[in-house]
Ligand binder design. Sequence first.
Ligand SMILES: [Zn+2]
Length: 404
Amino acid sequence: MSGNSSHLALKEAARLLNGRMDQLTAQRSRIVHRLQSIVNAVITQNSFRRLMQSRAPVALAKFGFCHSSIPSQLTVPSKVSVYYDDETVFGIQAEPSDNKIPVDIRLVSYGAKPVALHYGPADLLGPYAGWAQSQSLVSMLSPFDGLPVAFAEREGLGDEIGQRPAKGPGGYRGLIVASSESQAMLAWLSLLFGWHHLLGRLLNVPSCCCTKNRNCLWACRSDEGIGLDSLAFPPSGIFDWHYNVFGGHLGYQLLCHFPCSFDCRESLAAALWHLSHLRNHDPSYAELLPATLRSVVVMAGRCVCLLPGASVRAAGEDGFRIDYMPEKVRSNSFSSSFANVIRKSSVMMWRGDELFVANNCLFGCSCWIFTGGSGSADEKTFSRVSSVPKKRRREFLGFFPRIE
Ligand SMILES: [Zn+2]
């Protein structure tokens, strides 16, 4: 290429880049203007508030929102605190890194779902937002900084910490990624006004899961904490591997919400829908999923361990022996003494909510066996699991010396 033609190519690239930046700036000011208009109407116009509470689709249509997911009635608070500056609403986008983009966000670009909501520290979300922009998707940050209310209660922080208005690009935020401006704004408004059912619909979360499990929306997080109310966890037992939502904490995810139960048919349909899109767009990831998610999952306190390829057999009264490969154990925390104990052994005994590993006895644990679909050979092997007596759930009580 001659010096003159390379100069022309550079000029053309700069022109295209400037054009894209202009488009992005125009889109952002349009979004902020629409958000301000609707929030002002909600706070200041009694007639509009009444219309929202009786005919929400009509009220929102006045602001250009026409979406089949909008329920007939939406409640609105009388006051909200919110900041509209560019950095607070959109954050600081960063160059997409080599880190794998979380599957909930990728599924939006594959056309499998209209909106994704991914929680994490804002600096970790920047490259995901950059990637979303490179895919011509719309991204925004949640209007609140901090843990969602359900987490805050669990962690004893109180509501005021769970829902403080975000100011600036940082903090612990939710990244909204949507295929259109309107869907991104509806998700943002849903977070601001607490429209959890509308948010659930935008995120393709089945209504049974939205109703029965208030933690269902927060399964997508990019940090170590589990942050789910322990009462929301289903009891130990045997389940189809498509329900293994715990893989999401360790980089292998299929479901983008926490199901109301590990036999929720709507959630299974969502998992199969996601799998068909992943097979088309990311076949190598889709191929790894069954082997990783078909695993035994044990949880103690906040530590979750996946034991891929583990084998389970009945042993003694109500008990089960789990043989696993310690080098394949994946955990959400490397500093956990629970994970360390498991990695130092290759066999454990499970009974009710008790685990016996080497010389340790652990009380208050959960154990879920995710395996092949119903009717498989595994089903027969594990058929006794359902006969485990249901005891009152105990919090993880820690390690005790094993008494033979
Ligand atoms: Zn459900």
